[in-house]
Design a protein around this ligand. Sequence first.
Ligand SMILES: NC(=O)c1ccc[n+]([C@@H]2O[C@H](COP(=O)([O-])OP(=O)(O)OC[C@H]3O[C@@H](n4cnc5c(N)ncnc54)[C@H](O)[C@@H]3O)[C@@H](O)[C@H]2O)c1
Ligand SMILES: [Zn+2]
Length: 371
Amino acid sequence: MHSTQATSQTTVSCIQVGLAERSYPIYIGRQLYQQLPDLLPNLPRQICIVTNATVAAHYLGAIRAQLPAEAQLLVHEIADGEHAKSLSTYGEVMDTLIHANFNRDCAILALGGGVVGDLAGLVAATYQRGVDFYQLPTTLLAQVDSSVGGKTAINHPGGKNLIGAFYQPKAVVISTDCLSTLEARDFACGLAEIVKYGIIYDGDFFTWLEDNHSQLAARDEQALAYAIRRSCEIKAEIVAQDEREQGLRALLNLGHTFGHAIEAEYYDSWRHGEAVAAGTVIAAHFMQQAGELHSTDVERIERLLSSFELPTLAPQLSETLWQQRMQRDKKVQAGRLRLVLPTRIGAAELRTVTDWPAVWAAICRVTESSQ
Ligand SMILES: NC(=O)c1ccc[n+]([C@@H]2O[C@H](COP(=O)([O-])OP(=O)(O)OC[C@H]3O[C@@H](n4cnc5c(N)ncnc54)[C@H](O)[C@@H]3O)[C@@H](O)[C@H]2O)c1
Ligand SMILES: [Zn+2]
């Protein structure tokens, strides 16, 4: 569901995530931190903002100025980077809340990218068995993907996102002007997830992305606002139908089984969205080899990702490492790979794949040195 409302300052789009008594709004617009009292009128007296120093330097002041003067405000800054999604950081935020005597009526606000949102969400899900949670995503990836849908998690040395919970926020506030300070590579990573929605769910949106690729790459505000809105609508529709990933929601993992293998081996040089982009191209080639995806569709996918300066080739990795890493995917059942595979631009399926040589052939076609 999508509506627009005029607050005291600017127009705000609102998308509702329909989950019965846990339904919540996603607000999208410019300069929304200046409008927090209108958008979040029911914030409690005790508020803890979880953020990091990079984000705080840009946006914390604006938010602080909008919170009620009588609020008891805590700000907990975590380290910048994926390594902060850890048990020790989780414990430190818990210590902060407990030492400040925060009670069950408090609220946690996540101000940052997916790292801050995933960690703060798990804190909110578990502090005193669950307190109110609000997402204020500041990266493109967090605005179109991680802040919506209620997946929260931290990592363990044994693997990514191994400790987590499904816990929906009370609201998501997407202030699109935040994106102006984002580094180019982080911005491109968000575009990779936007392209994913077009491939798995909405061929017309994919065509729109092709037609508007240069405006998007130049961070044109109007084009970005539409792309974010459409992505959130799609994610909200999918989550409303399949909150706990029994079926449809798994399609959001297009390219991710391959991508996670790349990320695991090249965590210091490849980012999530970049690995997903290369993984998406492998999935497309796999289907082209099987005669189930037209070569023009494969070319369109490669062209759109390249136009956002995302990689369309995977790095060198041995066959054994690919196999080992892909076997750790959460979708593996009884030792059998399950892959999200595009059948055309606008539709994909989750399939059990037992023909490893065919998977390996697709990987080889898309690997750097084999070109
Ligand atoms: N929960 C979910 O459904 C879900 C979905 C996708 C990804 N994720 C998780 O999200 C994480 C990746 O998120 P991410 O890509 O946002 O990474 P991130 O949170 O590390 O942010 C990327 C970088 O951008 C900086 N940053 C954030 N906002 C900024 C701004 N407005 N201006 C300047 N710099 C800014 C951050 O400090 C960081 O250095 C991963 O841990 C991944 O597992 C979760
Ligand atoms: Zn992703």
